[in-house]
Write a protein that binds this ligand. Structure first.
Ligand code: GRF
Length: 189
């Protein structure tokens, strides 16, 4: 049984979907959720799901005695970023090389990189006149949204779509695919 950690900064609806996906069976369990945001919705979700949750300061993520130690102490095999807004520091990437994945709410390599997060991504996609958007699951390296792509799925953008309605479509894709893509990536790790 693999032990997963999820890093999240916001509502945590993807974190919850992943936790529920692995709740039964013997593939994996979400053993730890870590957030950098003391008011993140993911904290309440973690309590409800009875998953240990830690709130860490930005500096803790790059401190080998901080988050890295926490992950090792909890014998975490694989790390999933689900709406995590900080750049993952080098020490964590080294410690979990090939074992950290992220989800991005657009079709990379477009609409990614620093500053492209949350509704800003959807706003930019709509302003570009693109007829499609989608999700990208990718390995994490030391640059925002640049690791190798594992999986993408697309949805149509209608003329009437707003950043909010597009976000809803993207979330639907995320809930449908992210947990199964994580399961596959785990199997390959
Ligand atoms: C998701 O759309 C994810 O792709 C992006 O941030 C959003 C997080 O949503 N990186 P939630 O916190 O999982 O509800």
């Amino acid at each position: 049984m693999k032990r997963l950690a999820i890093l999240a900064s916001g509502s945590g609806s993807n974190a919850e979907q992943i936790a529920l996906h692995f709740e039964t069976g013997d593939i994996a369990r979400v053993a730890l959720i870590i957030t950098n945001n003391p008011t993140a919705g993911v904290i309440e979700r973690a309590h409800r799901l009875a998953i240990p949750v830690k709130v860490c300061k930005k500096a803790d993520f790059s401190d080998p005695a901080g988050v890295e130690k926490m992950l090792r102490d909890e014998q975490i095999d694989f790390v999933v970023l689900a709406g995590f807004l900080l750049l993952v520091p080098e020490n964590l990437i080294r410690a979990y090389h090939g074992r950290i994945v992220n989800i991005h709410p657009a079709l990379l390599p477009q609409f990614g990189g620093k500053g492209f997060y949350g509704s800003r991504v959807h706003q930019a996609v709509i302003e570009s006149g693109s007829l499609i958007s989608g999700i990208t699951v990718h390995h994490v390296n030391e640059k925002f949204d640049e690791g190798s792509i594992i999986f993408q799925a697309a949805c149509a953008i209608d003329k009437t779509d707003t950043p909010e309605s597009l976000a809803t479509k993207i979330h639907e894709l995320e809930y449908k695919y992210f947990p199964v893509v994580v399961e596959k990536a785990l199997g390959n790790s």
